[in-house]
Design a protein around this ligand. Structure first.
Ligand code: ADP
Ligand code: MG
Length: 153
């Protein structure tokens, strides 16, 4: 998929949020400034999070309360020890949705089943957003999302 502005990226994420359930894991990769945190802001809006979502780079993990689901937002960019001993499983099994920026830094700590989202610059304000589902749950989720995009829901 392609978006032409931060607002479009957030709107896409907001739609995705409507398909998520507790225990879901989304990873976001792409260069600095690609739009990973912007995407997360859209997800948060869709989950009914009232607080402003900011980049968690200095705290690694931030937790937000949504209407039905919590949002666990992690940024592994500055993690050096690979994320072990952080008790991450607790979040992945928790009653919220986990979003991980820079998953490659903690690959060994992450469940294999996830919706991997790759964001790439294709212009000043244009981005390519590619959804890569791993596992049946996420494959079906992507099909539903694409179907909704086609029918304009
Ligand atoms: P990351 O978390 O990947 O480092 P951010 O979301 O913090 O990236 O920053 C992305 C920046 O790019 C923001 O300043 C945003 O306004 C800008 N931007 C421009 N076009 C887009 C787009 N289509 N989608 C997302 N962000 C965009
Ligand atoms: Mg970021």
């Amino acid at each position: 998929m392609k978006t032409g502005s931060p607002e479009e990226t957030m709107a896409l994420a907001e739609k995705l949020a409507g398909h998520l359930k507790a225990g879901d894991l989304i990873t976001l990769d792409g260069d600095l400034g690609a739009g990973k945190t912007s995407f997360t802001k859209g997800l948060a809006k869709g989950l009914g999070v009232k607080k402003n979502v900011s980049s968690p780079t200095f705290t690694i993990m931030k937790e937000y309360k949504g209407t039905d689901l919590a949002l666990y937002h992690m940024d592994a960019y500055r993690l050096e020890e690979g994320g072990a001993e952080m008790g991450l499983e607790e979040y992945f099994e928790g009653d919220g949705v986990s979003v991980v920026e820079w998953p490659e830094m903690i690959e060994n700590e992450l469940p294999a089943y996830r919706l991997a989202i790759h964001i790439r610059h294709i212009g000043d304000t244009a981005r390519e957003i590619r959804l890569e589902p791993a596992g049946d749950r996420y494959r079906i989720l992507c099909e539903e999302l694409m179907e909704n995009e086609r029918t304009g829901n």
